[in-house]
Design a protein around this ligand. Structure first.
Ligand code: AMP
Length: 226
């Protein structure tokens, strides 16, 4: 969890790879639905373009399907979901039914002005959505994704006006979810200062996840060149 610009997607992508977990980003799932041109995608797009949260019943329906279809051995890493207490309760219920309750919640904190600065420099791959930053995390070749060679674009909802609406939604609707998780004795809440560099945030997260025995770490295999 964390406000827009905290680095959720970037960190979740890295952790999922390292610990062999399935990275489920609600925003990515919604943007893929939008790109498909479906009626549902058009509905989602209207909320996203305004920086407003998509209604809970729609989110819960779409995400329940994604969670059910996930088969990663190392477990699930949810990114951007849940964002309301209603969603968190629905997720708890679904995970309890599946016998796979939440192990931990990661909260990456970032103040609003830093969020606006980060988001205004953000550029994403037009096909995969991988994020860069013009100043803090530039691609090797300007305007081009390092891996796919596709063009980098600015997300429609990454303008300052819309980012401020997204921050408002975060403070009003998502902050109570953090409270909700804090009150759960069975759950570890890991707080990370998102003002640190990407590498520092990543190192703290890797350490925290290792101490929880999360996933199935693949780093060593990669180190040996396989
Ligand atoms: P993100 O990619 O996480 O920044 O999400 C982009 C947009 O998708 C948000 O501004 C919302 O409009 C919508 N969205 C993503 N996840 C959720 C969620 N869990 N609940 C409601 N709306 C969401």
């Amino acid at each position: 969890m964390g406000p827009p610009g905290a680095g959720k997607g970037t960190q979740a992508g890295r952790l999922a790879e390292r610990f062999d977990m399935d990275h489920l980003s609600s925003g990515d799932i919604f943007r893929a639905e939008q790109a498909s041109g479906s009626e549902l995608g058009n509905q989602l797009a209207r909320y996203m373009a305004a920086g407003m949260l998509v209604p809970d019943d729609t989110v819960v329906r779409v995400m329940a399907k994604a969670v059910t279809e996930s088969s990663a051995i190392g477990g699930l890493l949810l990114d951007g979901f849940p964002r309301t207490v209603f969603q968190a309760e629905a997720l708890d219920q679904q995970l309890a039914d599946a016998g796979r309750p939440l192990d931990a919640v990661v909260v990456i904190g970032l103040d609003d002005e830093a969020a606006v600065e980060r988001i205004s420099g953000r550029r994403v791959c037009s096909s995969t959505g991988r994020a860069y930053h013009t100043k803090f995390m530039p691609p090797r070749i300007e305007g081009i994704d390092d891996e796919t060679g596709e063009k980098l674009i600015q997300r429609d909802d990454d303008t300052e006006e819309i980012v401020r609406a997204r921050l408002q939604a975060y403070h009003d609707q998502t902050a109570p979810v953090i409270e909700y998780y804090y009150l759960r004795p069975d759950l570890k809440v890991i707080e990370i200062d998102g003002n640190q560099s990407l590498e520092e945030v990543n190192a703290s997260l890797v350490e925290a996840l290792q101490s929880l025995g999360a996933g199935r770490e693949t780093e060593e295999v990669e180190d040996h060149g396989h």
